[in-house]
Design a protein around this ligand. Structure first.
Ligand code: PGA
Length: 254
């Protein structure tokens, strides 16, 4: 049984005071069941958000990391730095990093390796563009991203891996994938993992869905057997909205 995992990706939103307030509000509400919860604030607020969630159930993640350990990489942040401020997770290969910041699978693979080497749990994002879906290329795009992102890694090294399926056309658009569309791709991902790493491993990996997840669609999406949680952008910025999604996970998986 996989514990559902709901993570909030704040992206480039919030300021220190509003972020701390949001984190405190989330930390104050302990879920009435099995669900893992994390928030991923901007780098500069990681330490203060960590203080706000301190000994609660809420975990801390970052939105990105650089793959080198240290040195002359102006503007970058290392895995060790993220660990140092209390991060447990790191989002890698988010579509905004792929499509706006130009990250490719090779770079994302280096980041996955660095994160695992440092003891950070990677949330590897994959997802197709609308034109790729329309051209029936969804599975081949996902396969390329998985193959590239996980290249050179073994099942044993990937024990802490989380995958987030985020169709690019659903991110921030209000156009959520239907539960069936999500399930189809999640199942494809799990089958791919089975082929590559074996069934035991594939069954243990959590696959989150991301893309316009809201309080009113979360339960339906997560009630699908291969949808193990959500990576939430817009609806993670208000405590009430995010708490509804956590409740949706609990209702879906009970
Ligand atoms: P959204 O973003 O929930 O605002 O669509 C999800 C994500 O990009 O992780």
């Amino acid at each position: 049984m996989r514990t559902p995992f709901v993570a909030g990706n704040w992206k480039m939103n919030m300021l220190q005071s509003t972020g701390v307030e949001l984190a405190k509000a989330l930390a104050a509400v302990k879920p009435a069941g099995q669900v893992e919860v994390a928030v991923c604030p901007p780098f500069v607020y990681l330490a203060s958000v960590k203080q706000a969630i301190n000994s609660s159930h809420v975990k801390l993640g970052a939105q990105n990391v650089y793959f080198e350990a240290k040195g002359a990489f102006t503007g970058e942040i290392s895995c060790e730095m993220l660990k140092d401020v209390g991060c447990e997770y790191v989002i890698l290969g988010h579509s905004e990093r792929r499509h706006i910041l130009g990250e490719n699978d090779k770079m994302i693979n280096a980041k996955v390796k660095a994160a695992i080497g440092a003891g950070l749990k990677p949330i590897l994002c994959v997802g197709e563009l609308l034109e790729e879906r329309d051209a029936n290329k969804t599975e081949s795009v996902i396969e390329t991203q998985l193959t590239g992102g996980l290249e050179g890694l073994t099942a044993d090294q990937l024990k802490t891996l989380v995958i987030a399926y985020e169709p690019v056309w659903a991110i921030g658009t209000g156009r959520t994938a239907s539960p069936e569309q999500a399930q189809d791709v999640h199942q494809f991902i799990r089958n791919w993992l089975t082929g590559k790493f074996g069934n035991g491993f594939a069954q243990s990996v959590r696959i989150q869905y991301g893309g316009s997840v809201k309080g009113d669609n979360a339960e339906q999406l997560m009630s699908k057997p291969d949808v193990d949680g959500a990576l939430v952008g817009g609806a993670s910025l208000k405590a009430d909205d995010f708490l509804k999604i956590i409740d949706g996970a609990l209702a879906a998986k009970k």
